[in-house]
Design a protein around this ligand. Structure first.
Ligand SMILES: *[C@@H]1O[C@H](CO)[C@@H](O)[C@H](O)[C@H]1NC(C)=O
Ligand SMILES: *[C@@H]1O[C@H](CO)[C@@H](O)[C@H](O)[C@H]1NC(C)=O
Ligand SMILES: *[C@@H]1O[C@H](CO)[C@@H](O)[C@H](O)[C@H]1NC(C)=O
Ligand SMILES: *[C@@H]1O[C@H](CO)[C@@H](O)[C@H](O)[C@H]1NC(C)=O
Length: 330
């Protein structure tokens, strides 16, 4: 009885607090959106409090009116927006903008000019077809760009010009048929590149050369049959590389040999027939190697793995035709 009374009065206090908060936020909060201060983490995982306007999943076809000019995080995921003109221009402190799952067909329609404070931009699951030269040029502080799951078939050589602080780029699940090393000349600080699930016809020598700070590269699901010997030249700090679900018939030994820092290598789901002597020789930092789900794999030759000082985890699961394994590991 007493308990109920206490919780009832607590509830009342909560309502009063909520009402106060609501009335403070009300003049500037667009209809149906939620406006409040929320935790926000930088890409380096530093905690901040951010003024957040959450208008996710509201069937909006336009950016709402009356967004407060001190807004730092604006969430508009899963709406029906296809065009922004100058609505974002007054948001001088905008650090995160989420326009994923909307209906943009052109990057020019996203209204990104002058958003110089933007750190994180989500544009995945739209229908953007092209990234022309300098289309993101004002985003000097951008650190993360998620533009995966669009229809991008063309990227200008200077499309990323101005993005000197970009750390993470997700371009996976688009329609790219080639990777142009000119793109990366504007991205000297990039650490993570996800570009899998594009119908790339093949890699070229020096394909990623300007990315001297890259840590992680995902080339999954691209139908790659072979890797040119010089494809990874210049990736001196690459630690993690995934070839998951490609068409490689042999370990790309020569291409891998230029990666002095490699720690994690995923070759799962490739039609590799034999792991040959010397395929994995002299990777002093290699810690994890995954060779799973290989229907065609029949043999791992003696001496396939040698001088792997740091190797902590070797996975060879789900390879139904593999024999001769003991010889390799003896
Ligand atoms: C914007 O806010 C003003 C006053 O705060 C209000 O009168 C107006 O109706 C709002 N506009 C919209 C479109 O909500
Ligand atoms: C933007 O951020 C700066 C620095 O924190 C602050 O001084 C300024 O008042 C903010 N501007 C707006 C419109 O909130
Ligand atoms: C989305 O917007 C388009 C016009 O841009 C309109 O034809 C369509 O009905 C809208 N869809 C929904 C679900 O609101
Ligand atoms: C925004 O950018 C346009 C051109 O991109 C420029 O003309 C305009 O002055 C800028 N506005 C502000 C508020 O900086």
């Amino acid at each position: 009885m007493e308990r109920t009374a206490i919780s009832a009065s607590l509830l009342a206090v909560c309502f009063v607090l909520a009402a106060c908060r609501g009335s403070l936020a009300a003049p500037f909060c667009p209809a149906q959106c939620v406006c409040e201060t929320r935790p926000w983490y930088t890409p380096q995982s530093v905690y901040h409090q951010a003024k957040t306007v959450d208008c996710n999943e509201l069937h909006l076809s336009k950016i709402p009116w009356n967004i407060s000019i001190d807004t730092q995080v604006l969430l508009l995921q899963s709406n029906n927006i296809s065009r922004v003109t100058s609505e974002l221009q007054s948001l001088v402190n905008l650090t995160e903008l989420d326009l994923s799952q909307n209906h943009f067909a052109q990057i020019q329609d996203v209204g990104l000019s002058n958003l110089t404070q933007l750190v994180t931009l989500y544009l995945e699951e739209n229908q953007i077809k092209e990234l022309p030269d300098t289309c993101l040029k004002d985003l000097a502080n951008l650190e993360e760009l998620y533009i995966n799951h669009n229809q991008i078939s063309s990227i200008g050589p200077n499309a990323f010009s101005g993005l000197g602080n970009l750390l993470r780029l997700h371009l996976n699940s688009n329609k790219l048929v080639a990777i142009d090393s000119h793109w990366f000349e504007s991205l000297p600080n990039l650490e993570i590149l996800m570009i899998g699930e594009n119908p790339i016809l093949g890699l070229q020598d020096m394909n990623f050369h300007p990315l001297s700070k890259l840590h992680s590269l995902v080339l999954a699901g691209m139908g790659l049959r072979e890797i040119p010997e010089g494809a990874f030249q210049g990736l001196d700090y690459l630690e993690s590389l995934s070839f998951f679900d490609n068409k490689l018939t042999a370990v790309p030994k020569k291409a891998l040999s230029v990666l002095p820092s490699l720690k994690f290598l995923d070759l799962n789901k490739n039609p590799i027939v034999r792991i040959q002597e010397g395929d994995f020789r002299d990777f002093p930092h290699l810690e994890e190697l995954s060779l799973n789900n290989m229907e065609e794999l029949v043999a791992v030759e003696k001496g396939a793995f040698s001088n792997l000082a740091q190797m902590a985890k070797l996975e060879l699961y789900n390879n139904p035709h593999l024999f001769l394994l003991t010889a390799a590991l003896s």
